[in-house]
Write a protein that binds this ligand. Sequence first.
Ligand SMILES: *[C@@H]1O[C@H](CO)[C@@H](O)[C@H](O)[C@H]1NC(C)=O
Length: 176
Amino acid sequence: MKFLTSLTTTLLATAATASPLISRTSSSEAITTKKFHLKTTASDASAHNNLYVYAYHTGAGLNDAVLSANADDASKAFVNGTNVQFDLGTPFPWGVNMVGATNYGAWQPVQINTGYGTSGFELDNAHLKWSEQNGFGGWLVCDWVHNAPQLFYLYEPIKADVPSSCSKVELQAVYL
Ligand SMILES: *[C@@H]1O[C@H](CO)[C@@H](O)[C@H](O)[C@H]1NC(C)=O
């Protein structure tokens, strides 16, 4: 995979220039265990800014990524390699699942389901991005079926006519 190859190259380049006192192992362990909330920013719709992602139960092992203005509702996330997982206080893992764009849709749901989720994420300056190779065209928030704003991602190859109840956002990691 092209994305992973360039990531590996970057990691190797970083390791080569890094201070010999900081080993790669200890820095990657720190990233894995650091918990954060995901908060919306940069929306044109003020009601879609400063909202926190939380896991909204929709079935056994399934959640939609829904948004709340109340930080107390926020679910705790962490990075594991190129996956993003959530700590929902269970002994088993929960991962961010980017629902596949197999229906010619211009945007697709984001779920938080049991397992390790979809790979290909990175935190770019504390802003969560998914790999462009997977068709990621940014994050979208829509006022949706749970009577609350909900998180989607734009599938770049199919240009979206974004409805007025939706707006593009960025997702910022707010470390705990
Ligand atoms: C990170 O992901 C790997 C699988 O890729 C898994 O074995 C490991 O348990 C995960 N770590 C955590 C803290 O869930």
